[in-house]
Design a binder for this molecule. Structure first.
Ligand SMILES: Cc1cc2nc3c(=O)[nH]c(=O)nc-3n(C[C@H](O)[C@H](O)[C@H](O)COP(=O)(O)O)c2cc1C
Length: 449
């Protein structure tokens, strides 16, 4: 049993058997499902655990309670990797009071049909639950990444229980000690679409004095918190984190791949330090998506395929758009043997995306590289070098007195059910969300980058 502090005990479990997390993410280092017990006059467990580890978790809870009663279960997130063991816990501790918000209990009735919750506490954003010395402050975090999500700030020991926020892929006993890589792939994959909502939560958290962050996946974070919060601020405001070029390609017979290799050589010869290359047919798609968001520039290289683009490239672009890919420079390379049209199709795909700076010097290969396309590749490399952003001011613009001014944020309202964002200073009366049909009551004000 690992103690987070004298009164806060980790009761989660590692899962090394899971092959795909959330049905799509490869997790070679497994997953940790975290849960925490707070011991005080009233004892609390923060979230349950995936059904794959219910028995181990119940044993951990029992050991941590040491024969004392369990008074509360706080349900921060209803996704089954956290809520699946609610029924089992209730059977073992029938007097436990379940703490959640209105949406939580709607979902409980759906995931556990027929289960009655006799002892429930429905909390509002900002409500406080006193446990004795400890005090739980509930912070709603809608669409980070489900509608019902709330975080919990324990104000005596200054601990933020951050639900899925600040989590990462990988079991706690895995050899992987590079937090950022698997936290970035996890964030961009699972939370990436909801940058505005994460910014909302970061704003609320900025007013708190936080000493420890206890996420529902990955390690407890108890030092250098500004590093982790800083990364979340970059990721959730869709700013590039690292200067570099991410090249993602597909190639059936190797000619488009040769063009990518030539471009990579040209970029490195011109002094580009970081060039990462992903073969979309063979790489982990989530890793390629992570790279696309990490770097400030991207090259997409693909074959024309039955008058469309190659399937893996189509899938990749959809993954980027679903996660609001924006604020990047993009260069395109197409291959075609009788009617190349990949550049036209890829440009169209990004038409609705924000702040995509399409390169002027794109490349068309007619089956195999020739002198003309070789020259285009050199020109594209030169343009990508010239468009390198110095990231310390990438997101800021300088006025003529060379004063750093932040681009002003626009006002908007976010639907806490589906994440749709309405841009405008006021939300029209009786506004209905075009995505999920909910009314104005589910919208919250948000600043838009
Ligand atoms: C199944 C298949 C369908 C293709 N469809 C088209 C097409 O519709 N239009 C076109 O100009 N080229 C088409 N091509 C040719 C490719 O775009 C490309 O020129 C060729 O595969 C060489 O590039 P690679 O070596 O990178 O695969 C097709 C190729 C394959 C294998």
């Amino acid at each position: 049993m690992n103690n987070v502090t004298d009164s806060i005990i980790y009761v989660g479990a590692n899962d090394h058997d899971i092959d795909l997390f959330e049905g799509q993410y490869k997790v070679p280092e497994g997953m940790a499902y975290n849960s925490y017990i707070i011991k005080d006059e009233k004892n609390v467990v923060i979230d349950t655990i995936d059904k794959r580890k219910t028995e181990e978790w119940l044993a951990n809870v029992e050991e941590a309670l040491g024969g004392e009663a369990l008074d509360y279960l706080v349900v921060q997130h209803m996704e089954p990797d956290h809520s699946a063991s609610i029924k089992a816990l209730k059977e073992k501790y029938p007097d436990v009071t379940i703490v959640g918000n209105k949406k939580t209990f709607n979902m409980i009735s759906q995931f556990f049909p027929g289960m009655t919750v006799e002892n429930k506490m429905i909390v509002q954003d900002g409500d406080v639950l006193a446990l004795g010395n400890h005090q739980l402050n509930f912070i709603f975090a809608p669409m980070v990444h489900w509608p019902e999500v709330m975080m919990t700030y324990e104000s005596k020991e200054q601990i933020l229980f951050s639900a899925d926020g600040f989590g990462k892929f990988g079991a706690l006993d895995s050899a992987d000690d590079d937090w950022a890589c698997e936290a970035r792939r996890y964030y961009i994959g699972i939370v990436g679409k909801y940058g505005a909502q994460v910014q909302n939560v970061l704003k609320k958290a900025a007013d708190l004095d936080i000493k420890i962050i206890c996420p529902l996946h990955g390690p407890v974070l108890d030092k250098d918190l500004e590093y982790y919060i800083g990364l979340y601020d970059i990721w959730s405001s869709y700013r590039p984190e690292t200067s570099g070029v991410c090249i993602c390609y597909t190639s059936v017979y190797g000619n488009t791949k040769s063009a990518v290799e030539l471009l990579e050589q040209e970029l490195k010869a011109a002094g580009e330090e970081t060039v990462v290359v992903n073969d979309l047919a063979r790489c982990d798609m989530a890793e390629a998506v992570e790279d696309a968001f990490r770097y400030d520039r991207m090259i997409l290289a693909t074959t024309t395929y039955n008058s469309d683009i190659f399937p893996f490239m189509k899938e990749f672009i959809e993954h980027l758009k679903e996660r609001n890919y924006q604020n990047r420079t993009v260069g395109l390379i197409e291959n075609g043997t009788w009617a190349p049209m990949a550049i036209k199709i890829m440009k169209k795909a990004f038409e609705g995306s924000k702040d995509i700076n399409m390169a002027e010097n794109n490349v068309t290969i007619l089956s195999a590289i020739n002198d003309k396309s070789r020259k285009q590749i050199k020109e594209l490399a030169a343009e990508m070098i010239s468009k390198k952003k110095s990231l310390d001011n990438a997101e800021e613009i300088f006025d003529d007195e060379n004063e750093k001014i932040k681009p002003e944020k626009k006002k908007g309202f976010v639907c806490t059910i589906c994440g749709y964002i309405y841009e405008g200073d006021t939300l029209p009366e009786n506004f209905v969300c075009p995505l999920c049909g909910q009314g104005p009551e589910v919208f919250e004000p948000v600043d838009i980058e």
